[in-house]
Each structure stands twice: as C-alpha cells, then as structure tokens.
Design a binder for this molecule. Structure first.
Ligand SMILES: Nc1ncnc2c1ncn2[C@@H]1O[C@H](COP(=O)(O)OP(=O)(O)OP(=O)(O)O)[C@@H](O)[C@H]1O
Length: 239
C-alpha cells in the first residue's frame, strides 16, 4: 500500500507491481487496471502522487501527437514498405485510403501499384513529365512517369537495356499505363496503330488488347527508333 495514494481518491486497493506502477483492484467491477504512478509537486512544495492509466502504444502516440511532441499520425503511406503493420488488411486499407484521395499510385519498394480510377485525372500533362524528370524514386508522390524516368536515366547512366513489366487483369489499366509510359518518353503515334489493329470491345473493357505486347524502344543518341513485335495467341474458348 502506498501512503501517497490517499490523495488519489480512487476507490479500490492499490498494489505496487514495480517501482513506478501499481494495480488497482476495484471491488465492485472485479477488474484489474494498470496505472503509472507519478510524483508531482503541489504549489506549496509538498509532494503528491497521481496515477495515470496505462495507455496502449497507439493511444500514447496520439497523446504525444496532440501535445505536439510527435508529428501527427500518417493515415496513408506512399510506399507499402513503410506501413507500421504489414498484412493484407493494412495494405488494402492503405490503398483504399489513397484511392479516395485520388492517389491511384502507390509504391511497394520499386514496384508501382496502380488502381484504375476509370475517370480522367489531371496528372498526366507535360507539367508532370517535367516534374518527375531526373528524380530519385520515392522523392515525389508515386507516379507512372517516375518509373519511366528512372528507367530512362538508368539506361543513360549504366548504358544497359532497361525493362518495365506491366501486369494486371483485363481492364486494370495496362494499355493506358503503357500509353502514359510511352507518352512520357516516345512518340504516341504508334500506339494508335497498335490499337487500330489489335484491340476489341469486350464485356470487361471497351478497348481491350487482344494480344500480349512486347514493345522495344531503341534509343539513339540523336533520338529514338521504335520497334515492335507481337505475340499472338488464342485461348480455347476465344476466336
Ligand atoms: N490511369 C487511368 N486513368 C483514367 N482511366 C484509366 C486509367 N487506366 C485505365 N483507365 C480506364 O480503364 C479502361 C481500361 O484500361 P486498359 O484498356 O488500359 O486495360 P487493360 O489492362 O489493358 O485491359 P486488357 O487486358 O483487356 O487489354 C481504359 O479504357 C480507361 O477508360
């Protein structure tokens, strides 16, 4: 028993469990509560003991943020690798939160995750191409132009071919992403040719590619050459 607790006015019996913690056994609720015991001085200089309920890590962080000791908690993360808890729920919650803020791109390390907004977002104009030029990945908000830029400058710096793999289900935005990638670094005219010959309207997508694409962009010091080959295959129930 602690003499100082007379001033706490908290019903129950207090037992010390460590140097500055105690447990309250509340008779009427039959429950244990863990408290932090703190020594404070009254105005006249006398000492009094106050007890603060133990807070969870999150509550403690919120309390410190509210008092300005910590930056306010982040509610979305531009890179999934920075999530404090990494599981399916936290990943999906993060992607959902960002999507509602019209942030359709998120990094998972050097991988870019894109969620199809199915509506025009004003984030693809030349101002954005310029903004992402020669920038380290992760310095700015995730963007498809950042991926194009990293590949381009890695090619110039290392003088080694670079490869970008785009994958996703039908209608997820692969063709549009390819379009944005090439728009930011090459002539868009050949995309229209590809679409004219190889796309069709399906139940999932009004402009669905009916072929896998391998696009090779050959750069010369004076500019670039485009070369393309197509891999055409047909599944059992397709024509
Ligand atoms: N970043 C984006 N911004 C706005 N709309 C988009 C974006 N990405 C995709 N879309 C919309 O989604 C539609 C389907 O996208 P897209 O054709 O790129 O899918 P896909 O993955 O290539 O499909 P498929 O595998 O069937 O060819 C587009 O016609 C466009 O309307």
């Amino acid at each position: 028993m602690l003499a100082g607790f007379k001033e706490c006015k908290q019903p129950g019996i207090f037992l010390t469990v460590s140097r500055n913690q105690c447990v309250s056994l509340t008779a009427n609720t039959c429950c244990f509560r863990l408290y932090n015991l703190t020594q404070e001085r009254n105005r006249d200089g006398s000492i009094r003991y106050v007890h603060l309920p133990m807070l969870s890590k999150e509550q403690e962080a919120q309390r410190l943020a509210a008092r300005g000791f910590l930056p306010p908690p982040q509610d979305d993360f531009a890179d999934l690798c920075n999530l404090p808890v990494l599981n399916e729920d936290s990943i999906l919650n993060n992607l959902r939160t960002r999507f509602h803020k019209k942030k359709i791109y998120t990094y998972a390390g050097s991988i870019l995750i894109a969620i199809n907004p199915f509506k025009f977002l004003p984030i693809y104009n030349p101002k954005y191409v310029k903004m992402y030029e020669n920038h380290q990945l992760g310095k700015l908000e995730p963007h498809i132009f950042a991926i194009a830029d990293v590949a381009y400058y890695a090619m110039l710096r290392k003088k080694v071919n670079q490869c970008i793999v785009i994958s996703g289900e039908s209608g997820s935005g692969k063709t549009q992403s390819t379009n944005f990638l090439i728009h930011s670094s090459a002539d868009p005219l050949f995309i229209s040719c590809l679409w004219a010959f190889g796309n069709a309207k399906t139940a999932h997508n009004n402009n669905s590619s009916r072929f896998g694409k391998f696009i090779q962009v050959n750069y010369l010091e004076s500019g670039y050459l485009l070369e393309k080959s197509r891999l055409v295959s047909r599944a059992k129930n397709e024509r």
